[in-house]
Design a protein around this ligand. Sequence first.
Ligand code: NAP
Length: 411
Amino acid sequence: MTATAILRQHLIDPEICIRCNTCEETCPVDAISHDSRNYVVDAAKCKYCYNCISPCPTGAIDNWRHVAAENSYSLAEQLLWDTLPQQVAFDQATPAGANSAAALPDEVEKIAAASTAGQGGAAPPPWSAAHPYVNLYSIQKPAVATVSGNFRLTAEDASSDIRHIVLDFGNASFPVLEGQTIGILAPGLDTDGRPHHVRLYSVASPRDGERPRYNNLSLTVKRVSEDHEGVAVRGVASNFLCDLKKGDKVNVVGPYGTSFLMPNHPGSKLLMICTGTGSAPMRAMTERRRRKSLPGEDGKLMLFFGARTATELPYFGPLTRLPKEFIDINFAFSRAPGQARQYVQDLIRNRADEVVRLLRDPDTYVYLCGLKGMETGVDQAFSDICSGAALNWKILQAELLLQGRYHVETY
Ligand code: NAP
């Protein structure tokens, strides 16, 4: 009897997908493409690297069907779907081939593989995280928020315009947790005449709102006027948000995120590392702890925060006023006049003893958010300080990931 090759086909759920383009941008082998209706995966190109899984804000990307290899769903079929097809039952399923079901890593290996590749986003949430609500508002039915504040966080003469924007949801229910993101629908059309795709921003306020007991949240938004290489570009959503006035309306989708969440159990410690506007979720978590500060919930907070100068650092003033016994803050300034360049990873090395003590503690939860480039630098710093303390960072990192204690959100 000839064995049937069973393919575990990677598919995108068209009902949940918010068409944010993140997966297409992430895929290293161009297996993901889209038309005006759907995002789709080419079974002949997908190499099962899982790079696209953790960046997807909704989980729409994480769908799989076992199919006979010769009957895999074509791109033309996927482009017409409104919903995913049901799993077809097989009476004979003998896996064969590199991409067959038997050849695929199980969940544990997948996460360990992600850690080896330095991509930490695949971790489950901390065991004591609150339940996050996701996908409450879609592109078809967004929530309409009203701007109740728009304040510049950086000095007037600073090179970057970073803003603290407060959105009020009125009577609409829009529950968020620290670490979650929301999607902004900028008005207008792109150069192809299509609506702009969703842009994601981390919530910068704690779960009870920017102003406690008001139905609002805040965002930290940098006006994008150039790309990472310094080439002039006008960021569609960031400019829309930064120009908003009090009373203006904004279409919001989400919330998203079920992994990058904070622990709630007494004594849990947070090791937070961020650059620039990657500080948004760290501000939310710090503010949650500051407001709550119940006896027994006083686990250590340690923050490494990188910016060009003090005047470019969002929330610099309020941060410096927090008591040292509440949070151990380490600022890394890369372009402070008259000073050698410092990155967050340099300060992690300087504070090796304390960081290793935290990493060894089973109640420590690690969060990285900001520029993609810092991920490698921080990984190397962790590796160096661990080897100085007879710890194997790769093994520790894989454990942290599996235990929902290592969370990465970099762009
Ligand atoms: P930025 O101002 O360009 O950079 C912040 C600091 O990071 C600077 O001191 C910079 O130094 C330094 N840096 C550059 N490369 C580094 C590296 N390899 N390792 C360590 N530090 C490095 O930052 P930004 O424009 O605010 O960017 C923040 C990132 O966070 C963006 O990618 C954004 O998408 C992301 N993010 C934003 C949000 C949000 O809600 N707004 C949420 C999550 C993530 P030099 O430039 O002097 O080299």
